[in-house]
Design a protein around this ligand. Sequence first.
Ligand code: SER
Length: 878
Amino acid sequence: MNSAEIRQKFLDFFASKQHQVVPSAPIVVKDDPTLMFTNAGMNQFKDFFLGTKPAPYRRAVDTQKCLRVSGKHNDLEEVGYDTYHHTMFEMLGNWSFGDYFKKDALEWAWELLTEVYGLPKDRLYVSVFQGDEKDNLSKDQDAYDIWKTMISEDRILFGSKKDNFWEMGDSGPCGPCSEIHIDLRTEEEIAQVPGKDLVNNDHPQVVEIWNNVFMEFNRLADGSLVKLPAQHVDTGMGFERLCMAIQGKRSNYDTDVFQPLIQFVAQEAGVKYGDDEKTDIAIRVISDHIRAIAFAIADGQLPSNNKAGYVIRRILRRAVRYGFTFLDFKKPFLYKLTEVLADQLAHVFPELKQQLGFVQRVIEEEENAFLRTLDNGLQRLGALKDKLKENNNTIDGKTAFELYDTFGFPLDLTALIAREKGLKVDEAGFDVEMEQQKNRSRNASASEQSDWTILQPDASTEFIGYDCDTSESYIVRYRQVKTKSKSEYHIVLDKTPFYAESGGQIGDTGFLISDAEQIEVLDTKKENDLIIHITTKLPQNVEAAFRSEVDAARRNLIRKNHSATHLLHAALRKVLGEHVQQRGSLVSEKILRFDFSHFAKVEEAQLREVEQIVNERIRESIPLDEQRNVPIAQAKEMGATALFGEKYGEFVRVITFGRDHSVELCGGTHVLNTGNIGYFKIISESSVAAGVRRIEAITAGAAEEYTQQQLNELQAVREVLGTQSNVSGAVQKLQEENKALQKQLEQFELKQLSSLKDELVQKVQPLDGVNFLAEKVDVSTADYLKKLAFDMRQVVDNLVLVLAAEIDGKPQIAVMLSDNLVSNKKLNASQLVRELAKEIKGGGGGQPFYATAGGKETAGLQAVPTKALELIKNSLNA
Ligand code: SER
């Protein structure tokens, strides 16, 4: 069975057991502050388990793109060295939301593995939870008894909390679990050590393939467990490991999931996979990492310098670095792999193939940037050499950390390069620096969050903000959040008109008003599906009835900007082409910002055309066509623009402004008629990343004000120029006049300089066999001073010339000597000027025949001629 068949069989099997087949959620998580990336299939169903949102189906099945590179589940450092951990992997999962429980889950798992996939029963082991005293949990006798009917008891192992109690993070839904492990070793190996001893012991051929979690509890922030309202099943099977088992391979990388990538990398590098462990590791790292990088970007996460973006950047750098060091890839290479990957997975995850050009562009640009950084880092290491000699040929911890922190050099790369150069690295010192950095960031972000105080269990929030700005509400839960600098409250209501920040639109502000008091809502945010109102105060009576009131004026400005964003999106596609994809947006009451894929600067004329189209749509006064609860398939048929990396449910909201103009899937708030936007004005166009442009625009009053300001400025210019028409012509004429005057002035100055020269020549005096002149002169620039000196040299032999001048309010001195004096009389212009510069509190230098000095004390210039005479006399007589 190839991997595509294995995946399909899983989905088909559970579909035949009445499971709804659902698509993978994006790998990048948007509305969960506890998670950056999807790390398990159950993430997208968290609210169904917690009971904060009803599940639309009782059973579901899918394959989920997962990433375990940060937080509680982090496998990054293992990847490449072993044969069965990955950054991105697929998790096959089946779910029961308050429906079937342990018996069906375990029996179906067994049926699928042994009958459908035909895995040998005598190679399988299962584990069940042994209980935990601290959490006051007894052993999972139910699971044990169910397994007993299918598998011999010596293959059922008890496991501790670490292996058999699954938790998504430090808090959240959790429960005891039962794992299925497979022994893929040879008969001889098995005869020596029984498989049972190797379960959960990091053996590459005795691995866990499937985890069945029985979700029963919620772990609170204080560490305690509370029972969930219902019992659920969450299962996760490692797709790549399953393929290894079914295809009889000893490594995930030997399956057809990875082989196309591996062979491509090996060929590019001109090596053979399997020949050398060092190059093999590098090839595995690259073949693994490209999957995480490509899909994260396809799901909307660009590499960047913070948070999720930084995680992706680090993974990319890890891959580049292995290629650079072990496979001699000195030019970008990762981006080429995306084509192989996109083709391979086009039938399951089409998002990569659909955006291939864009994803390649981003990766190649990142690679280029990092290769340059590597180069700079290498030069920096080179420049350190002398310092290192004094330092016992050791790169100190601080420097190693700087290389890591600013140049992105992982410690092992520094160590490797150091070794090549016969140097050592102070690794302990590096660790100290690293620890300090961690402490710094920990202290900066430390926040304390208390658990929810729940007033109405099971109550979920109803959002009514599409239809009204106010409502009567009750608090269903609240909690306090404290950071070093502030303390705030999170309040959840049963019903709310407040829009929570999402889809680029900022959160609403407003008030919660009761008979007794008025509490300000500073912001509204989303956490999964909870709408959280952020306040600095908790109402005295949390059980009171409140009138919740959105700041309607602000909301109306936001509406205008959001609808204008849709019109802009449509106009951009019309003017620039269908390749324009939304890459991010911000809609506030002040401005709208729209990021989109496009590979060149948007020309001025194109911007004007876009602006014109949008304003035309505004003038057409197109009424809003809002459809809620449209089945996703139907919405797509309507041609609605969906965004990559956005999680859409079964039913979506479609916002239309003109059928053939703008149809988008959107959860935001909009104007009822485009005419309400009033006026649209683009104020900037710029680049944000490789292949991503940004347009900022304003609407309505802000746009009018902006335009008025521009006009005011223009009027001011007109008044200064004294003309009402053809302002640019008048400015151009001024510029031309100015140029001509400048030229005249220059000629005039040159003439003056020439007569000054003639005057000075007359003043030259013989002095001990040379022709000497020291004089304070009047010139306007340093260039003229220089010209004067050189011109004098042309006409006077044996010249010793000292000129002093005040130029732009500062004193300057020039010393000029004829060449023969430099060689014969041992005079030196540089030395002389330095001596003279003392008079003006300055310094200078130059060549032996011509040198200049600048200084601070203009008054000192008076003394220069006398001092010069003295100095020259002394030198000539010496
Ligand atoms: N949530 C469990 C896991 O990730 C099973 O899906 O292992």
